[in-house]
Design a protein around this ligand. Structure first.
Ligand code: PEP
Ligand code: MG
Length: 764
């Protein structure tokens, strides 16, 4: 039997919701105590939703306690308690999702509590009371006759839940750390993603873009709230349009596609209309935005379409942006500073954004996007900050939650239980032991078992990175990314500032060599203060006006850097290399520019370097075809496998969707590198690899197998790679490589791994 549609469904939804909100507003404004208020609230909702029963459960010490009811046995109040996940109420709270059932008892999670007398009632609907995306309670209604509650009723219930969240918070009734009190039942969670920077870290969750906590839900003045939303929309649209016009919207992962979706949502009349309707029903602007977002979330959850889920993600982002604008809470967490050991959570970050954080407190980073060779990953690696990327389910995390990040095991523990914590500590001890073993190898040379010396150098870019030389015992800095100084600076660093940095780095590294790379700006390292002349946004910044292409045209920039480097290296050897050389003439011009600056300095009586070693980076595949022209002009060649592989595979290195698609041990890459190394050998030119590939043990072994004898890698990899080298019979590997390369196997990971195992090569 189906009951008559309730009065509410036949009225205008906004009008009826407004009526409920008005009545709730009166309750909240009254001077009565909180228990009296909750008692009144259940009466109002029961009446307005034509329900015999309305009950409110609140989370107390990890249990959902019946706090107020109309219709159930009053003796059950403060007596009936459900655990998270137990019964219908526990299920609602655990899943942070509503339930709407015609026949409550037929639900598998139904748990009968005799003290409540609820056997009289059939239909059941309940929604979670949410604060900071976690359930702090639930509100439910029950009906004698079996009937599904209508959507408009569920929505009314959700609006009520928002108001209750405010009431409970103000009354100090929120169980602040329920999860920590009862870790397992209250949702300790473990997530995994893509391992970007290895390592382990313990810290508290900080959102790069802080989530907004809504303080007031019921509007005092509807017109005022409408005006606030109107101007927030205008501001948001302006921001999105500005982003579209800026080159720096090329930061990792924020792609054209995302921008298009943003624009679509930002200008979506339906979205702003729904928010205005929610305001008309009596909510504040913030509550209305959140309310509409909740509703969309609910609908999307019922549709199992990954594409739509992605769009939902964008809408969440935009909705949060709107919330931040309307509540005036702008800026990132970096601006407010970190107060304790932190694991930073973000959808994605640019390298400069990451560098804004206090390095002493930033222990780890968790990204929803991210890829291995995106510059933010490289910067984090240089900072020694572990990063786990491509994580789904970050909404389970609250600001301030304790997190254990174990990238080695591909795990993020949220609000860990004691056993999780113990296991983490054991893992940490093990990794420290391993690190200690590597540290003990610090002064041992990187020599293979058959006595071939490999040059093991580190990649660096910040002043402090030089310390890694002493810690790791590396042979020098094989790639100093000079653009990092430009990225962390609000304005273009002047020549004197550059010179000071280079000199400091050379002094600290001495007598070990430092290979400076001239600025590689552009691509995913756009500088806000250095725009395209024509202001045009590039379609493909990675393949655009970047690195030496930009430097040769803006030669003022290159000249200043040349002089800074030449003067900084006065009295010693200067090693310099040029990024993104595509044709030999680019290298020749860049070298000429340096030589001219050297002559100019000599003419002005300045002290000069004792020698200059010029190198080129091989990152553009076309260069490999003209090595016979280029190599005679070079002192050394450095293969940048990060860019090289993105161009070989035509796969954007910053695109998270492609992050796991292609493998450095694909035979295509190895055959390509094989040819390059042979050409260098034929011309007697030193060849090294400075991309991230060389920092991974198996990949490094493959490179040595091809004849590479210089690797410049991230400091954390020096230990494991050195251990591999010292356990390797290189002659045997070199003898095995040609067959592997010629075999008809597309990917050499398995054969190389097998070879390594059979030949006792040490891996971490
Ligand atoms: C590379 O492309 O491999 C490289 C080392 O340069 P970057 O990662 O800075 O582009
Ligand atoms: Mg590069």
């Amino acid at each position: 039997m189906t009951a008559q549609p309730p009065e509410l469904a036949t009225q205008g939804a906004a009008a009826s919701a407004r009526k409920i909100l008005q009545r709730l507003h009166e309750v909240m404004a009254a001077r009565s105590n909180v228990q009296a208020k909750l008692n009144k609230v259940v009466e109002i909702i029961g009446e307005e939703l034509s329900s015999e029963v309305c009950s409110i459960y609140l989370l107390r010490e990890g249990m959902l306690e019946l706090f107020a009811t109309r219709g159930l046995n009053q003796d059950a109040v403060h007596v009936t308690k459900m655990a998270m996940g137990e019964g219908l109420v526990g299920t609602i709270a655990k899943n942070v999702d509503m339930l709407n059932l015609e026949e409550a008892a037929s639900h598998p999670d139904f748990a009968y509590r005799p003290e409540t007398g609820e056997e009289l009632f059939h239909s059941f609907a309940g929604v979670p009371i949410v604060r900071r995306e976690k359930a702090i309670g639930a509100v439910c209604v029950q009906h004698v006759d079996p009937r599904a509650y209508q959507e408009v009723e569920i929505e009314a219930l959700q609006t009520v839940a928002m108001v209750l969240s405010e009431l409970i918070t103000h009354a100090g009734l929120v169980d602040e750390n329920p999860a920590e009190a009862r870790p397992l039942e209250t949702g300790a969670s473990v997530l995994s993603g893509l391992q970007l920077v290895m390592g382990m870290a313990r810290g508290h969750a900080v959102f790069h873009q802080p989530r907004i906590t809504i303080e007031h839900t019921v509007a005092e003045d509807v017109e005022l709230e409408r005006a606030r939303v109107y101007s927030a929309f205008a501001k948001m649209r302006e921001q999105i349009d500005r982003m579209a016009g800026q080159a720096e919207f090329g930061t990792d992962g924020e792609h054209q596609e995302v921008l298009e979706t943003y624009k679509m949502f930002a200008y979506d009349e339906g979205w702003s209309r729904r928010i205005n309707e929610a305001i008309d029903s009596g909510l504040t602007a913030e509550a209305a935005i959140e309310r509409v977002q909740q509703r969309t979330r609910m609908r999307m959850r019922q549709i199992d379409d990954p594409l739509l889920q992605d769009r939902m993600h964008d809408l969440e982002d935009l909705s949060n942006r709107l919330l931040r604008i309307v509540s005036g809470q702008l800026g990132t967490a970096a601006q407010s500073g970190l107060r304790q050991d932190t694991i930073l959570i973000a959808r994605n970050l640019g390298p400069a954004e990451l560098l804004e954080y206090d390095r002493r407190r930033l222990k780890g980073v968790v990204l929803e996007e991210g890829s291995l060779t995106a510059h933010v990953t490289i910067v984090a690696r240089a900072m020694g900050v572990p990063v786990l990327g491509r994580l789904k389910g970050l909404r389970l995390i609250n600001e301030g939650d304790l997190l254990l990040l174990d990238v080695n095991q591909n795990r993020l523990f949220i609000r860990p239980s004691a056993p999780m914590d113990e296991a983490f500590e054991a893992g940490l001890a093990l990794s420290q032991k391993r690190r200690a073993a590597y540290a003990a190898m610090r002064d041992l040379p990187a020599v293979t078992k058959d006595d071939v010396r490999v040059e093991l150098m580190v990649n660096a870019g910040l002043r402090d990175d030089v310390a890694a030389l002493d810690v790791t015992g590396a042979d020098g800095i094989g790639l100093f990314r000079t653009e990092f100084q430009f990225l962390v600076s609000a304005t273009l660093p002047q020549r004197e500032r550059q010179q000071r940095l280079y000199k400091d780095v050379l002094d600290a590294a001495s007598p070990r060599p430092v290979i400076f790379r001239t600025v590689d700006i552009g691509g995913d390292k756009a500088l806000p203060y250095l725009r395209q002349d024509d202001g045009e946004q590039e379609e493909n910044p990675a393949m655009g006006w970047r690195a030496v292409r930009l430097s040769l045209e803006r030669d003022g920039l290159m000249k200043a850097q040349a002089r800074a480097l030449l003067e900084a290296a006065a009295g010693r050897t200067l090693h310099v290399m040029f990024p993104m050389i595509s044709e030999p003439w680019e290298y020749m011009e860049a070298r000429l520019l340096f030589e001219q600056q050297k002559d100019w300095l000599a003419g002005h009586g300045k002290k000069l370097p004792t020698a200059i070693r010029y190198g080129a980076m091989l990152e553009v595949p076309a260069l490999a075809e003209v090595l016979d022209i280029l190599l005679p002009e070079l002192d050394f060649l450095s293969i940048g496998t990060n860019d090289l592989t993105q161009f070989l595979f035509a796969a954007d290195r910053a695109n998270p969707k492609l992050a796991e698609r292609y493998d450095w041990l694909s035979v295509a890459i190895l055959r390509f590198l094989d040819r390059v190394v042979r050409a260098c050998d034929d011309h007697g030119v030193t060849v090294g690899v400075c991309g991230e590939m060389g920092g991974r043990t198996l990949e490094a072994m493959a490179l040595l197998g091809l004849g590479v004898k210089r690797l410049s890698i991230t400091p954390a990899s020096i230990g494991p790679v050195k251990a591999m080298i010292r356990s390797l019979d290189l002659a045997a590997l070199r003898a095995a490589m040609p067959d592997m390369l010629r075999g008809r196997i597309g990917n050499l990971r398995d054969p190389l791994l097998k070879w390594a195992e059979e030949n006792g090569v040490e891996f971490n």
